[in-house]
Design a protein around this ligand. Sequence first.
Ligand code: SF4
Length: 366
Amino acid sequence: MGKYLRIEEMLSSIHNMDGDSYTIMEVCGSHTEAIKKYGIGELVKPQIRLLSGPGCPVCVTSEDYIDKAIELTKVKDIIITTFGDMLRVKGRKENLLEQKEKGRDIRVLYTPIDAIDLARAHMNKEIIFLAVGFETTAPIIALAIKKARQEKLHNLSFYIGLKRMKPILRYIFNDSDHGIKGLICPGHVASVVGEHYFEFISKEYGISGVIAGFESKDVVQALYYLSLNKEKSGYFNNLYRQCVSYQGNQKAIELMEEVFDDCDAKLRGIGIIEGAGFHIQKEYVEYDASVRYQLEEHNVNKMTDKEINKCQDIKRNKCVCSDILLGKSEPKDCPLYGGKCTPEHPVGPCMISGEGSCAISYKYLV
Ligand code: SF4
């Protein structure tokens, strides 16, 4: 990997880079956090332009999904469980936090495995876990589903809103206007799916990629290697070998493959992306809340008129979330940023979750 360089030396090398500004995207909330927290985006200007992509799974959870989850909270003897960030995400009108304040039984869990204990402790209730996340979270959800079946727990099910990173990246790169030349690949996802999963970005799209860890130095190092190899179209390097192997975590991959198939998925602010979702396989269908409660989340082939209007509504409100999620704009490009839209009063999805680009930018006042 070459000789050890201090951050100052790597930054100096970036500043000596010739030619046009180099546009690099990252698609992971933890990378966004490190970049904003340490002002890395400012430190590498004007040679590098950094953009955040759709790395926050909560931000891209569709309004449809939230509305259906809200409907479930109204059913007698149901306990809804999920991760904390999900409570503030709005559906078309309300969020789960408002339902909780109305007395509906909604509980925050740290891991889906806790839903198993809850189901055992409340055999007279139905427990539903709202499962969102990327390939990082999918294996633990798969494990919880397997465990539920092994223990013959019939009062537990999972409402799946998980997303796959590769089809989302393809969707972005298939847009000829994207202008992205480099990608900092998400280290957490890569630790599960392996280095090979991301090679397509260089092989198929000629975009350079580096798999990186989450410390400020890791991010600067990723930018340094990308800039050093700027002229090599499709340069690829794994700088996070301590956690990311070439093939990935086989046990986690097998778990995902055993329990899930892929399906189309609806992403908030973007629309439907082919193959970007997870869907519980037939063998485990008993644990699929969308089947048990006939939620039809997988029927995402068409957007309703209402949903199309909502997308147009977002644009009319001047929220540029769609462009931010697709790497075409930055939070400060939005006229509502920090004024009408703040973490206390979010207008768009990127301000809702602590992992959203707008929320992170606002936190560090950049
Ligand atoms: Fe959307 Fe708010 Fe971000 Fe603007 S600041 S893009 S309204 S989330």
